[in-house]
Design a protein around this ligand. Structure first.
Ligand SMILES: Nc1ncnc2c1ncn2[C@@H]1O[C@H](COP(=O)(O)OP(=O)(O)OP(=O)(O)O)[C@@H](O)[C@H]1O
Length: 260
């Protein structure tokens, strides 16, 4: 469980300040939490704050412990984070890239146990056959899967994924969502995932968190509670029809956009 209390943060650049959050409170429960919201709402900034790479005001608690009081090594051992921006170049092979996810556990040498973890993570993402390929010789989607494998090989209780499905084809998107679902069923992981695909979000999330353009919290709740025509209009400026499929899952059909 991650609890954000009274979070305020502003980016500062060239003497100017850009406020993203002011007095934000959110609780992320175990299970799959999806953060939705328009471009620039602050979704990536929120993940960075949770991972502790921003100088914010307020508190982020892991259970009852403020993350700011935890040593870096302890934090890294508990939280796995896939940032939105990926590096494109690396002289490492795919296996070596995935092994980097075990860095906190690696001593002076790579143990067979670490290789086994990396192989398992690659197998779960169906990229085992890429293991000895140079990372730079991969497609964009394959690179993304390597970074996801590197994040999941951490086996952490808190997993932050910033737009993990962009660059993935339809099948890979579904496979990844099913893998994440199986992981939260195995143990009480708190996953916090930024997505833009609202139909995928309602199908796979346990909890939705919706941010507005100005970094304020619009809604938190189950997909059924949160995914309404009103929310889509208020938050995205889009007229949409929300119906339910035969499983009772909301289905969003965007109809038109209007100037806000
Ligand atoms: N390094 C930075 N310096 C200054 N402003 C920044 C920086 N990074 C982001 N911002 C601004 O902070 C706000 C929130 O950005 P953020 O990347 O968190 O949004 P987001 O919701 O993740 O957007 P997207 O859906 O487009 O990825 C935006 O207005 C953005 O322009």
């Amino acid at each position: 469980m991650i609890r954000i209390e009274n979070l305020s943060f502003a980016y500062k650049r060239a003497g100017k300040s850009h406020q993203v959050f002011e007095h934000l409170d959110i609780a992320f429960k175990p299970g799959i939490n999806v953060i939705l919201g328009p471009n620039g709402a602050g979704k990536s900034t929120l993940l960075k704050a949770i991972f502790g790479i921003l100088d914010y005001k307020g508190n982020v608690f892991l259970q009852e412990t403020p993350l700011a009081t935890m040593a870096l090594e302890e934090k890294i051992s508990q939280i796995a984070y896939l940032p939105q921006m990926d590096i494109e170049q690396s002289s490492l092979t795919v296996l070596e890239m995935v092994l980097l996810g075990r860095l906190p556990e690696l001593q002076r040498k790579v143990r067979s146990e670490d290789i086994a973890y990396a192989m398992k993570s690659m197998a779960q993402l169906n990229i085992s056959e890429l293991a000895s390929r140079p990372f730079t010789a991969l497609s964009g989607g394959q690179k993304k899967l390597v970074f996801i494998a590197q994040t999941l090989v951490r086996d952490s209780d808190i997993v932050l994924l910033d737009e993990p499905i962009n660059a993935l084809d339809l099948k890979r998107q579904l496979e990844l969502c099913q893998l994440l679902r199986s992981k939260v069923q195995e143990k009480p992981i708190t996953m916090i995932i930024v997505l833009h695909d609202i139909n995928l979000a309602v199908r796979f999330a346990d909890h939705l968190v919706v941010l507005r353009e100005n970094g304020t919290l619009y809604a938190v709740g189950s997909p059924k509670e949160v995914m309404t025509e009103r929310m889509i209009e208020d938050v995205y400026g889009v007229i949409a029809r929300v119906s339910c499929d035969e499983d009772g899952v909301p289905v969003v059909s965007p109809l038109s956009s209007f100037a806000q």
